[in-house]
Design a protein around this ligand. Structure first.
Ligand SMILES: *Cc1c(COP(=O)(O)O)cnc(C)c1O
Length: 358
């Protein structure tokens, strides 16, 4: 491919000597699980997000399950979640004992809104998973105003801001994934929970280590789910560059907006007040397969991520009977992700636009 969907390697190239030094530092320390690197990265990431606490976990999916349990979600509860997202946003709910209740999205921002959440609320609603999809952000305040605690799924939104506040600082708690292709990615799996609530942070810390505070008494059935020292050390090198990478993603979006792409597809719309660090640049088309074909012929990568929305996945059948989500269905049929990265250039945007026109 002349223009790949992602560029995980390019932004890291100038940091390679520093990353190798960090890896050596961990190797020589002899401490590989829950040592000083994780503790330091948790402090640095909390400060970056503008929250009091960050708790490192093994991946973004565990982060969701653990954060929900730390917020008090359990058997008998309902958790509202969009169906147009990565599968894990909903998959993380049943392990808490609660059930997922699917809600629709706004067709232009791809995000849930106070209106779509209101339609799914019941007396048993214990939390809402607000997915900041593709780097765009949910207006969390308007949903919290309905009186339900919000967990931000910020796996795709590291570096995005809404009204000047960072993704990860708006809900009761938030979760991140450091899967390699995410806006901030490590060299394996990793995840984080952020929160201002000391009791939620404390519960998450306990749950990630088998439900124990002292490795002697086990209060709950928890998880073995830690961010490891090596990944934390690698992420510490990258974090100071996240804002400039996010600026690069925003610039990429601006190049697309300035190109002729809008003649061939509907461009993504940021939520009002959102400075989106586009994780994926997702357009909509009446015929996304034909658009994909034209791009492929020009050597340009593109992909439909969520053609089958979560509520229509076989595993979700117990919780999706009678669920109707027209905006989700439309987005699932019409979306196509185009190349974007922190280094995405003006001429690449023009090349995509030209190929899209055919
Ligand atoms: C990637 C992702 C997750 C899961 O993160 P993992 O680290 O892969 O477990 C959850 N939610 C969303 C929206 C994601 O994009």
């Amino acid at each position: 491919m002349l223009v790949p969907l992602f560029d995980t390697r390019g932004p890291l190239a100038p940091l390679e000597p520093e990353i190798r030094a960090a890896i050596d530092r961990v190797l020589e320390s002899g401490r590989y699980i829950l040592g000083p690197e994780v503790a330091s990265f948790e402090r640095e990431f909390a400060e970056y997000c503008g929250v009091a606490h960050a708790v490192g976990v093994a991946n973004g999916t565990d982060a969701l399950t653990i954060a929900l349990r730390a917020m008090g979600v359990g058997p008998g509860d309902e958790v509202i979640v969009p169906s147009f997202s990565f599968y894990a946003s909903a998959e993380a709910i049943p392990p808490t004992g609660a059930v997922p209740v699917f809600c629709d999205i706004d067709p232009e921002t791809f995000c849930i809104t106070a209106e779509t959440v209101r339609a799914a609320i019941s007396e048993r609603t214990k939390a809402v998973v607000a997915v900041h999809l593709f780097g765009n952000m949910v207006d969390v305040e308007s949903i919290a105003a309905l009186g339900v605690p919000v967990l931000e799924d910020a796996a795709q939104a590291a570096g995005s801001r809404l009204d000047g506040r960072r993704a990860g600082s708006l809900g009761t708690a938030a979760t991140f994934s450091f899967f390699p292709s995410k806006n901030l990615g490590c060299f394996g799996d990793g995840g984080m929970i952020t929160t201002d609530d000391t009791s939620v942070a404390d519960a998450a810390r306990t749950l990630r280590f088998h439900g124990s505070r002292d490795k002697v008494h086990y209060e709950q059935v928890g998880y073995n789910s830690r961010l490891d020292e090596l990944q934390a050390a690698i992420l510490r090198v990258q974090l100071p560059h996240l804002d400039s990478w996010a600026d690069g993603r925003r610039a990429g979006g601006a190049y697309y907006a300035a190109s002729a792409l809008a003649e061939s597809a509907q461009l993504p719309t940021p939520t009002p007040g959102c400075e989106a660090a586009w994780h994926l640049y997702v357009v909509q088309s009446e015929d996304p397969d034909a658009l994909h074909e034209r791009l492929e012929q020009a050597g340009i990568d593109s992909r439909a991520y969520y053609r089958t929305p979560i509520h229509r996945q076989p595993a979700m059948a117990p919780w999706s009977a009678g669920v109707e989500l027209p905006m989700t269905e439309a987005a699932a049929e019409r979306h196509l992700a185009l190349p974007i990265s922190p280094l995405f250039a003006l001429d690449a945007a023009d090349a995509v636009a030209a190929a899209a026109r055919g």
